[in-house]
Design a protein around this ligand. Structure first.
Ligand SMILES: Cc1ncc(COP(=O)(O)O)c(C=O)c1O
Ligand SMILES: [Zn+2]
Length: 425
């Protein structure tokens, strides 16, 4: 099994998490810092042993919980006392009723934006890191690490600082300035790799197998099964904020595809636990045209994802060989959704559209999501008569250059005469 020291153990307290289970062949392994199946190299995910409370009791427990992802602790691989530990407590972000955007896009049903830009480091990555760090604590790792397209690096740096762990994170060296500053300011080590994200990820896999990486928890590599579960909280929150109802359609940006895959897992768990009524839902994936291997495979009806060399302003989504790509295809097809892509110009236009209609300033990933939402409605793939949620995963302040076309309306002298002359009244 792919492991890193310290050794795997099944006696750790990670709440209801019972084992690691292979997504492909179902083989079970003890909980540990492992991510690939010994039998078939399939990805491992968490299998749960939920205590037998009825749906009504579980729902009441969640509703009485903290206004953070820890309200869902009974459904996550975290110890029951997780909220008392030093952590950033992300989550419980607003589900915004985006009526003005909906009207502009021709919606007759409700459109919502799940705005995750308000997390502690301003992206949804705080959710996944918060879960991974509990696993890192359980396995006695001393250094927290990751391969990152930018947001994850900042989230790891901040969470490690709060938890009192060392951090050392790896990014492509040419990311947006704001993301580099955010990843560095928390005082951990930040290493720029001369290459793209896929090169960074390959390097991290090498480091895990080397004595130099001993005692290191890579949140999205050897802790990936735990990390991924953090994204389920987006599904939980959306349903709870809708009054314990499934949305009919969800639009989700894709980099590795982990978030989309785990949101689907979260929705299915809510159905299985009886927390929401079962009914069809459709999941749509969003990519930038300059890095759209999953959209390409979807449109061509292929099962195989052909890796690409990314070239897009949406750097946080620039993963040319997405690990969960095949699962994204399965989910889009199974739920009657789709995977679509938009050009960089459409991304910029969508950032401005969301800001102008709803007062939400999204980073480029959010521009991809809203741009794809618009394109899916226009092409008839997404039904504007069905309740829809689009996820804004990051804050526009991190990718200011993309919105650089916005600026002063006028420069005037401080006089009414000058103001009138500017033609604004
Ligand atoms: C802002 C933002 N949105 C979405 C994603 C996609 O995440 P995933 O790799 O889970 O598909 C990322 C990944 O880095 C991101 O930074
Ligand atoms: Zn397997």
């Amino acid at each position: 099994m792919a492991t890193a020291t310290p050794a795997a153990t099944s006696t750790v307290d990670l709440g209801p998490a019972a084992a690691l289970s292979c997504r492909e062949c179902g083989t079970r392994f003890p909980l540990g810092p492992s991510f690939a199946c010994l039998e078939c190299f399939g990805p491992l995910e968490i299998a749960y042993d939920y205590s037998d409370h009825g749906a009504a009791e579980l729902r009441a427990r969640i509703e009485a919980g903290p206004a953070s992802i820890w309200r869902y602790a009974p459904l996550l691989p975290v110890p029951a006392d997780v909220a008392t530990k030093p952590n950033l407590n992300p989550g419980w972000t607003p589900l915004v009723e985006a009526d003005r955007l909906g009207k502009e896009l021709g919606f007759t049903a409700r459109l919502h934006v799940k705005d995750d830009s308000g997390n502690p480091t301003h992206s949804f990555k705080d959710r996944v890191v918060a879960c991974a760090i509990e696993a890192a604590r359980a396995f006695d790792f001393t250094t927290l690490s990751c391969s990152s397209t930018g947001n994850l690096a900042g989230a790891v740096g901040a969470a490690a600082a709060r938890a009192g762990l060392r951090s050392c994170v790896f990014i492509p060296h040419d990311l947006e300035h704001a993301k580099i500053v955010m990843a560095a300011v928390y005082g951990g080590d930040l290493v720029g790799i001369e290459g793209n994200y896929d090169d960074v990820n390959r390097f991290c896999s090498e480091l895990i197998g080397d004595p130099a990486g001993e005692g290191w928890g890579f949140v999205n590599v050897n802790l990936r099964p735990y990390y991924g579960e953090g994204s389920k909280t987006l599904a939980f929150e959306i349903c709870e904020q809708l009054g314990w109802r499934l949305p009919e359609q969800i639009v989700i940006p894709i980099a590795s595809g982990s978030q989309l895959t785990k949101i689907d897992k979260g929705l299915r768990e809510l159905i299985e636990l009886g927390l929401v009524e079962d009914r069809p839902y459709r999941i749509f994936g969003a990519q930038a045209t300059g890095c759209s291997p999953v959209a390409e495979a979807f449109k061509a009806g292929r099962d195989v994802i052909r890796p690409v060399k990314p070239d897009t302003i949406a750097k946080s989504l620039a993963i040319g060989n997405p690990a969960d790509g095949p699962y994204v295809l399965d989910i889009a097809r199974r739920t009657g959704g789709a995977v679509e892509d938009v050009t960089d110009a459409e991304v910029v236009e969508a950032i401005r559209l969301l800001a102008r209609t709803e007062g939400i300033f999204a980073e480029t990933a959010g521009g991809v999501t809203i741009g794809v939402l618009k394109k899916l409605v226009e092409s008839g793939q997404l039904d504007p008569d069905k309740e829809t949620v689009a996820i804004n995963t990051g804050d526009g302040l991190k990718t200011l250059d993309a919105a650089a076309g916005a600026g002063l309306t006028a420069v005037i002298r401080p006089s009414l005469e000058s103001f009138r002359a500017a033609g604004l009244v």
